[in-house]
Each structure stands twice: as C-alpha cells, then as structure tokens.
Ligand binder design. Structure first.
Ligand SMILES: Cc1ncc(COP(=O)(O)O)c(C=O)c1O
Length: 391
C-alpha cells in the first residue's frame, strides 16, 4: 500500500514541493478528532506534530481569537500591549517559572535561534554542545546543533557544534573543561529522535557543570513543554533551573507563536532580540486561551494520569518491544519498521499517529484533553490488529 502521495499536477506547480503528503484532507476539527469533506472522522493521536495541546477548535480558544480579531489583530512591538503582559504572567504562574522573563517570537526554531543568540551575547563564545538524535529546528544556528547532517546547508555550519552521547556526562564534562563552551542545548524529552527521556542525574550534572564553567543551559521545550509530559515543562522531573527555556508548538494550539523564558539574572538590553510578528495581539489571544484551558481543565494532571494509564496499557501488548515516554508524549518501539502498521491505523482504522527519526518508533502526541475512551479504543484497535495478523 503506497498512500503517501505527492501533490497532483493541478496543484503542484505553484508550491515548493518539500513535504510527502498523506492522501487525506482534514477540513474541520473538534477536540481530538478531525474530519474530511466526506465527514470521515479521524482520531488524532499526533496533534499535527505535537501542536494541538487543548484540542481542535476548543470553544474558549475560538472565542478568544475571534473576539481579539474584532478588536485589533496586530500592532507592532513599539507600543504597549497588555496581552503580552497577561500571557507572560499566566505562563510563569502555571509553569512555576516566576523568576523568568518572556521574549515572544513565532516558532520553535526561532525560539531556539534567539536562545542560542542570547547565550552567545551573554558569554561572548560560540561553541555549542547538543546531543545525538536531538532536533532543534531548521533555522541557521538551530539546525547546526541538530543531529541531522542532511538538513544542514553549508551556510548553517559556521560555528562549532559538538554532538554528544545522550545521558553520558563524561564527554560533556571534558568539553566544558576547555572553557570555550557558549551553551548546552537539550530537549526536555527528545521528540523527533523517538521519545527519549534524559536521566534526572544527567540534567542535574549538566546544570552544575554549566554553572561551574560559565556556559548557558538551554532547555528546548518546544515539543515536551506545555503540559505534554504531565509537568508544565519536560525537564521539571529534575531539580534544575535552566538559564533559558524555549517553547512553541502547544503554546498556540496551532496559532504560530513561540517564546523564550530567560532567567532573571540575564539582563535585557534594547535591541538585542526582536521580531515584527512576535507577541502580536492575535498570537497572544491564542496563547492566553491555551493557558486558561490548561489551568481550568486541569490538563497537566490529566496528562500525567491518563498518560501513565496509556503507557501501562501499551506495555501489556506483547508485540511491542518497548514503550518510552511520560504523560502524553509516548514512543512505541516495535523493534521493526512501523510504516505498514501506521498506514493500517490511518487508512483502515482512521487513526493519526506520528513517526520519528527512528523507523521502528511510533510517536503519540495527542491533544491533552483526550479521554480514556479514546485511549482504550486505540489499545483495542492495536491489539486486534496483532491478533488478526497472528491468526
Ligand atoms: C524539540 C524541537 N525543537 C524545535 C523544533 C522546531 O520547531 P518549529 O518547527 O516550530 O520551528 C521542533 C519541531 O519539531 C522540535 O521538536
């Protein structure tokens, strides 16, 4: 079955064709489902690359953005904007990061780009440590610290980026001891790499070494943040205080918004960072709506408890080699190529799941307000699939 198609000739001519596409076109969404023009319903266990945090077209989210659009969609960062202040307040309260200040931008790559730039401003250095299987975005500095040579152009590789073993502190320690490291960037939980959790002690040792050697610790929470892991940020299972925390994806539930939380000891100066669209009125309305829903519907706790149940159920399926994850950020390692299973789930059972850079690992990143019924339905569907293959 080859259902991954490129665009048909009628539409291919005006688009720069960089995405392989499924032959499905959702036109409407509600909670954890999307629907095509024929009304076929798909269970969304992927949230469009971990973006849908509070569910498709949540009424509060729709109302907040619509009301804001009736008032003012955009004005620049040269005027007062109370929505930015409200967003920063609600974000730092809910995440427990009250000692941080917020800079707003538009995407995950841009958040990391600003984080790395700020780290270089602070330290005056350029060498960055990152980790195997890590992904930090496609812009210049962010892609240079990403572990994938095929997405780096020569223009991206202009500073020294050292990619280290995951959960191995020794090489990191030796590199930092040379005194030329600007920053360490690490995902709170590795996403695209196939869902890998950094050990608590590893994060704590990294923080200690960064402090000792004057390097900046950047936690990339673009995918693992916003309640996905059951904590607000994925790193919060460890006792650390990063210098910079980057976020995007779930922050706007589909509205493009990204942000960088910067520990208060690092001073802001006019002009060092900036963005035309970052923090615009509509993006802030979306961001505030997401935080309201996360808080009012207790979605952090829900993500933790339902995620634990989901992982436990998956672990009971004997055909699965390994289940990794925390909260509703789950990797299912099948020990063999997942492509046929994912295609069955999508085209036969109408369930969206995600892939990863590991061809054997499925990624599940559902909306955080998914219910136990949907989890049970998925478990039942996967179990039946294996039973029918065996018989
Ligand atoms: C951990 C992580 N960082 C950064 C990015 C880049 O985000 P964006 O695609 O919004 O630029 C991604 C995207 O998948 C990501 O998973």
């Amino acid at each position: 079955m080859n259902n991954t198609v490129h665009r048909p000739p009628s539409t291919i001519n005006r688009l720069f064709d960089v995405y392989p596409l499924f032959d499905i076109e959702p036109i409407r969404g509600e909670a954890c489902y999307v629907y095509d023009a024929e009304g076929t319903r798909y269970l969304d266990l992927y949230g469009g690359h971990a973006v849908i945090s509070v569910g498709h077209s949540h009424p509060h989210y729709v109302a907040k953005i619509s009301e804001q659009l009736q008032q003012l969609g955009f004005y620049s960062n040269s005027v007062q904007n109370k929505l930015q202040v409200e967003l920063a307040h609600k974000l730092t309260e809910l995440s427990g990061c009250q000692d941080y200040r917020l800079f707003l931008c538009n995407s995950g790559a841009e958040a990391n780009e600003n984080a790395l730039k700020l780290a270089s401003f602070v330290t005056g250095k350029t060498k960055v440590i990152s980790f195997k299987k890590g992904f930090h975005g496609r812009t210049s500095a962010a892609v240079n610290v990403t572990d994938s040579n095929k997405i780096k152009a020569p223009i991206n590789t202009t500073f020294q980026a050292e990619i280290h073993e995951w959960n191995n502190i020794e090489t990191v320690k030796n590199s930092l001891a040379q005194g030329d490291v600007c920053a360490i960037i690490i995902e709170g939980i590795q996403g695209i790499g196939g869902i890998h959790i950094p050990e608590k002690a590893f994060l704590e040792q990294i923080e200690k070494l960064c402090t000792q050697h004057g390097a900046i610790l950047i936690l990339d929470e673009v995918q693992s943040g916003y309640g996905r892991s059951g904590h607000f940020f994925g790193f919060q299972h460890a006792d650390i205080q990063p210098d910079i925390i980057s976020m995007a994806k779930g922050m706007g539930n589909g509205f493009p918004i990204g942000g960088v939380l910067i520990y208060q000891k690092h001073e802001a100066k006019y002009g060092i960072l900036g963005s035309t669209f970052g923090g615009n009125h509509l993006a802030c309305a979306a961001g505030i709506a997401v935080l309201d829903i996360l808080k009012n519907e207790n979605l952090l706790e829900h993500s933790a408890t339902l995620g634990a149940y989901f992982i436990e159920q998956l672990k009971n399926i004997p055909q699965i080699k390994e289940v990794r994850g925390r909260g509703l950020m789950i990797g299912i390692d099948m020990g063999e190529a997942i492509k046929p299973l994912r295609e069955k789930l999508l085209y036969r059972d109408k369930i969206f799941t995600g892939s990863s850079s590991d061809p054997n690992t499925i990624r599940l990143l559902p909306p955080l307000n998914i219910t136990k019924n949907e989890v049970d339905y998925f478990i039942e569907t996967v179990t039946q699939t294996f039973l029918s293959v065996a018989s």
